[in-house]
Design a protein around this ligand. Structure first.
Ligand SMILES: Nc1ccn([C@@H]2O[C@H](COP(=O)(O)OP(=O)(O)OP(=O)(O)O)[C@@H](O)[C@H]2O)c(=O)n1
Length: 425
């Protein structure tokens, strides 16, 4: 299907997991799907938002039942329901106000206020969103709309980063005026926007703009000019690593946990913005509803990176460093590179060479300094030495692991002999 000679696959009913005949007339696709289709942006996952003048929940229910898809009633009052297919999520919402135009006028930005009627292939664009799309501009529909849902203040920066757009000057000035309203929004919603900005290389620029427009002060009260400079350096370091060590770069892109989207690079960025004292950093991150795993990662990186000021460490020191850092290692290295000013001091990959030995150890699963394997268990040692469990046992096991890392021992017999000699001492 073409509109004005262009093809917009996501708007074509043939590409949907349900038939057009299930939609009443009229029905409109709105928001991101229309915007992205007009921009020619492809999405990995189909995410459609329909508005329907009345009976939206009943339509969703009928489609879910027929196609045996998941059904979620999102908002019974405002009549919003979601149908979840394996390859798509489709929301159905009752039109807000008594006409489509009124509904579109209640939205955040002009580029998100374009509707498409799949029955007639007609585009409805009362706010000239397409002109702004062509020019790459985010323009508010009105100041009142931004105030109505102050998350929209943050959405402007997130979408600017996502689409590589600019924010129109009056809109930006209005956001600055309304900035204090951001505290009315549930912190979790703000965190989602911040996380997107942390995950996107363009996001660093826009996060800083958001801070300049006073939007981030309630969340990162201690972020200074220096914090923003550090954040910019994280991006430079990440680019250097991508060029010089794709393997380490992939580590940085891994999530903290399966259930937590923030990457290790994101943790390093957060660590630049929070208070340098870990107790205060923890409070800031808790307020933003970060998970325990994310908070622990940030505070561990903050605590450990000063140890890397001197890159030359004995194997014993390295062993304890890896033990403390665990999988926060990658974020800690980034902070050390940024803080030691190695990035600007040395050109190209020189800066990375300082930590190359540590990074290689971390990347090598067989390295006994970074990834020790137990040659003897606590129980085995108790029997062999005829001792009872005590803190001393833990100390012996640690010394065995260090000796193994140093290449001094490699068998259980040698481990027992070492423990025996230590007990005698
Ligand atoms: N706080 C919000 C959230 C959403 N919307 C409107 O609802 C649409 C759908 O919202 P959502 O799916 O959250 O965002 P998208 O704009 O679709 O963008 P993306 O999917 O990239 O997040 C938006 O385009 C916009 O028209 C809004 O006006 N104000």
């Amino acid at each position: 299907m073409t509109i004005h000679g262009l093809i917009y696959p996501t708007l074509v009913p043939d590409n949907w997991p349900f038939g057009l005949e299930w939609l009443p007339q009229p029905a409109y696709i709105v928001g991101g799907a229309v915007r992205d289709a007009l921009l020619g942006r492809t999405r990995e996952y189909l995410d459609l938002d329909f508005i329907i003048p009345s009976g939206a929940v009943a339509v969703a229910q009928a489609i879910a039942r027929h196609y045996q898809a998941g059904f979620v009633l999102l908002d019974p009052q405002r009549q919003i329901a979601r149908v979840v297919f394996p390859q798509a999520t489709v929301d159905f919402a009752q039109q807000e106000g008594d006409s489509l135009e009124t509904d579109l006028h209640r939205r955040d930005f002009t580029i998100n206020a374009i509707a498409y009627n799949p029955h007639t292939a007609e585009i409805i664009d009362p706010l000239q969103g397409r002109t702004d799309l062509k020019q790459g501009i985010l323009r508010m529909v009105s100041a009142a709309n931004l105030k109505d849902d102050p998350l929209r203040l943050m959405r402007a920066y997130r979408q600017a980063a996502q689409l590589d757009f600019t924010i129109e000057p009056t809109t930006q000035a209005t956001i600055q005026t309304l900035a204090s309203y951001i505290t009315e929004v549930a912190a979790e919603r703000v965190r989602v926007e911040i996380n997107y900005l942390l995950a996107n290389p363009q996001g660093t620029f826009w996060l800083r703009k958001a801070a300049e427009n006073n939007l981030l002060a309630p969340f990162f009260p201690n972020a200074t000019l220096e914090s923003w400079e550090k954040l910019a350096k994280v991006e430079i370091v990440a680019a250097l690593i991508a060029q010089n060590s794709p393997h380490f770069s992939r580590e940085l892109q891994k999530s903290v946990r399966d259930t937590v989207k923030t990457t290790w690079l994101g943790i390093a960025k957060l660590a630049c913005l929070v208070h340098p004292h870990t107790e205060l950093a923890e409070i800031e991150l808790q307020k933003l509803t970060y998970s325990r795993a994310e908070i622990k990662a940030v505070t561990t990186a903050l605590q450990l990176f000063p140890q890397l000021k001197s890159a030359h460490k004995s194997v014993r020191e390295q062993y304890f460093f890896f033990q403390e850092a665990g999988n926060v290692f990658a974020a800690t290295i980034i902070l050390a590179l940024v803080d030691n000013n190695l990035v600007s001091a040395m050109p190209g990959d020189q800066s990375l060479r300082v930590y190359a030995p540590l990074i290689s150890r971390y990347l090598n699963p067989d390295d006994l300094v970074a990834h020790p394997t137990k040659i003897i268990s606590g129980d085995e040692l108790i029997i062999a030495l005829n001792i009872s469990p005590s803190p001393k046992l833990g100390e012996l096991l640690t010394e065995i692991a260090v000796a193994q890392a140093e290449g001094k021992i490699s068998t259980p017999e040698e481990a027992i002999a070492l423990a025996q000699s230590l007990l005698v001492d």
